[in-house]
Unconditional design. Structure first.
Length: 698
């Protein structure tokens, strides 16, 4: 199942094992059928237990992406004004020589004026940050704080549980109650949903906690449509009921937690009625949920929480994750198979990141201690003139595995920064995205079927290998090859820049796994217990679940989870009475797949879901065009009065490319660059707006 893609092709089809590269907890194993040098079929690997032969709607269309008529297949150089779309083909040598010359000149003044910008366009450890990190470390470029998705939740888990770890996903099949909190599992965690359905068939109660009535919420027994940013209050109300009604597991708390008495004191201040006022749901709903959990806990049955990253995208998102992460300890849920919590499993992987990224190369650079720039405030950073506190103005931006013009918050400011004529921008891409349109050079990158890579997961604990199934189309090159070539032109002669991609795959885990088994089978399971914290043993400094965190206290922060108001509480400014959230549309993954015609057709038009009461108050009917606006900007969307949005909250499904939107703008025109309490993450769902009916766009 893993013939060499560079061997002579025969008429007979062959199959190649790979891995899905996209930002999803499932990290599926893929089987690609190749005939005559062309990939003709791509399916989920039936032999991989987590994939079980099933792919999501998006990745099942992956061949449409690989062979898309819009694939970039040769290097391009801008020949017109920025944003004009005027590019000319150039050779790889011409492109790389000029890019290297520009970077060399900037680095001679201060290499910190060069900034990489990347995220999870591929989740691969090799095509992600391996050779790229080596290059930027050796150059001494500014470091990028990669915060745009998960850093608030990660900080919360690390201060509470000790690492990004939790219960194994397959254990949810044994849960008696499952709280699906801030997750649209059917769209974004399909293989977890399979286990949840198995538990449901066995009699489990499924509860969805989400401001939007998603397809997932519709298939659960209970749905709490809480207001964005109110999750910590709900978690405390559930703790209140456990302590006040005598069903908290005091034995587990005394043996295996730190600070439980202080947590109890704070929880007892959060009655369901008080929490209901913050959450915007009836107190009876909170009490009903507490009774559901109580019945399971008193019977010694497991309660599992599948938490996802949606709930952390408000000012208090980190503290909210901390509060939810305390619940399994209060309930004693960690004792049981099927009990506990899962947000991310990525901390269970023994990745040798220093071997891949080589931070030791900084010592050989012109700037051994470069500044850090938060990717979530890239708009501010690109427009900063530079000073003693900030450092030099950003003169060069190297973008790979990301599309900041579409996905970064406060998109209007990001656009203004990217349009600077004095900003030298290089984009490694598969398509002419919004960001590529504003580049000086666009370099054609390979897709997952055209390169080697190795993957971990944040939803299970298998390592997956991706083999190239076909030769790169046109002149496309892997990210690794591009950064190797730039390193050579800049005179970086360290042996690590000669490592090929298969060598990098081997370096990622070293002796922690049998690489020959990985080569042969395509995946290797790392051991992880069914009940990882039944007897404590948390990977915290104390070895306990730190309900009150000494590390936060040492930083002058509240050691207990806090209930923090949003940066932009709806109605605090009477001009903007509605809260906007912007989860990915079901057929997109952030801005990925938006240009795949079949998926875009399935999604229809850029849409705003609005509750019938809010629509009626504004004279809006289903199907009308509306403008959503605040002080930062506006965008036009098609109104959907479909029962999914709760009162006071509108849902702008994202993330459409700007140029595929009716007015050239998307929902990130409205989001701010304000950051979360922990992890310095973006606050995409902490956004106050107003909506009005408008004429159809021209």
């Amino acid at each position: 199942m893993h013939a060499d893609p560079h061997a002579a092709e025969s008429v007979a089809p062959r199959t190649v094992l790979g891995a899905c590269p996209h930002d999803c907890p499932d990290t599926c194993s893929l089987v690609t059928t190749v005939q005559g040098g062309r990939a003709v079929r791509l399916v989920g690997n039936p032999d991989h237990p987590h994939t079980a032969g099933v792919l999501c709607t998006k990745v099942s269309r992956y061949l449409e992406r690989v062979y898309h008529p819009g694939r970039l297949l040769e290097p391009l150089k801008r020949i017109g004004p920025k944003g004009s779309g005027r590019f000319a083909p150039v050779s790889w040598d011409e492109a790389l020589d000029e890019i290297a010359a520009r970077l060399r000149a900037i680095a001679a003044r201060d290499p910190q004026a060069i900034l990489p910008y990347s995220y999870a366009g591929t989740m691969g450890l090799v095509q992600g940050e391996a050779m790229a990190a080596r290059f930027f470390h050796r150059l001494g470029a500014s470091r990028l704080e990669r915060t745009i998705c998960a850093s608030a939740g990660a900080a919360a888990l690390e201060t509470t549980l000790g690492a990004k770890v939790g219960m194994p996903v397959q254990a949810f099949a044994h849960s008696r109650v499952i709280l699906i909190w801030g997750s649209h599992s059917i769209a974004s965690n399909l293989h977890f949903w399979r286990h949840a359905q198995e538990a449901k068939r066995r009699g489990a109660q499924l509860v969805c906690i989400d401001p939007r009535r998603t397809e997932t919420a519709e298939k659960c027994h209970q749905h709490l449509a809480v207001l964005p940013g109110s999750d910590a209050a709900l978690a405390y109300a559930l703790m209140h009921e456990a302590f006040a009604r005598g069903w908290a597991d005091l034995d587990y708390l005394q043996r295996h937690t730190l600070g439980w008495e202080a947590l109890r004191e704070r929880a007892l201040q959060w009655s369901p009625s008080r929490a209901a006022e913050v959450c915007g749901v009836p107190a009876a709903q909170i009490e009903a949920l507490a009774r559901t959990v109580e019945a399971a806990v008193r019977a010694g049955e497991p309660v599992g929480i599948r938490l996802n990253y949606g709930m952390q995208r408000t000012r208090g998102g980190g503290n909210a994750v901390r509060a939810v992460a305390c619940l399994p300890a209060v309930w004693g849920a960690w004792r049981h198979r099927g009990g506990g919590l899962l947000l991310s499993s990525s901390g269970a992987y023994p990745v040798r990141r220093d071997a891949l990224h080589r931070p030791d190369l900084l010592a050989r650079s012109a700037c051994p201690q470069p500044r850090s720039v938060n990717m979530s405030t890239i708009g501010q950073a690109l427009l900063h003139p530079g000073d003693a506190a900030f450092g030099p103005r950003i003169e060069a931006l190297i973008v790979y595995n990301s599309n900041p013009a579409a996905v970064a918050p406060d998109g209007g400011q990001v656009q203004r920064g990217l349009r600077r004529e004095d900003l030298f921008t290089v984009v490694l891409e598969q398509f002419a995205t919004d960001t590529a349109d504003l580049a000086d050079f666009v370099l054609p990158a390979t897709t997952q079927l055209e390169h080697w890579d190795i993957h971990l997961s944040y939803g299970h604990t298998d390592v997956l290998l991706n083999r190239p199934a076909i030769e790169p189309l046109g002149q496309a090159r892997p990210n690794t090859a591009i950064f190797r070539a730039l390193a050579q032109r800049l005179g970086f002669d360290e042996p690590c820049f000669a490592d090929d991609d298969l060598t990098l795959c081997r370096q990622a885990f070293g002796d922690a796994l049998d690489f020959e088994v990985l080569l042969a089978r395509g995946w290797v399971s790392l051991p992880w217990p069914e009940t990882p914290f039944a007897d404590g043993g948390f990977p915290t400094p104390s070895g306990k679940c730190e309900l009150a965190s000494p590390r936060l206290a040492a930083l002058g922060l509240d050691p207990l989870p806090q209930v923090l108001p949003n940066h932009e509480p709806p109605g605090a400014d009477p001009r903007y009475p509605l809260a906007l959230i912007s989860p990915p549309a079901r057929h997109f993954l952030n801005s990925t797949f938006v240009n795949v015609v079949s998926l875009r057709d399935a999604e229809g038009e850029p849409a705003l879901e609005i509750h019938a009461d809010d629509a009626a108050a504004r004279g809006i009917a289903d199907g009308d065009w509306v403008e959503v606006f605040n002080d930062r900007g506006a965008c036009r969307l098609r109104a959907r009065v479909n029962g999914r949005a709760r009162p006071g909250v509108v849902v702008g499904l994202g993330i459409w490319w700007r140029k595929l939107s009716p007015d050239g703008r998307n929902v990130n025109e409205l989001t701010s660059q304000a950051l979360t309490d922990l992890g310095a993450a973006p606050t995409f769902y902490d956004c106050a707006v107003q909506v009005r009916r408008v004429a159809a766009p021209a």
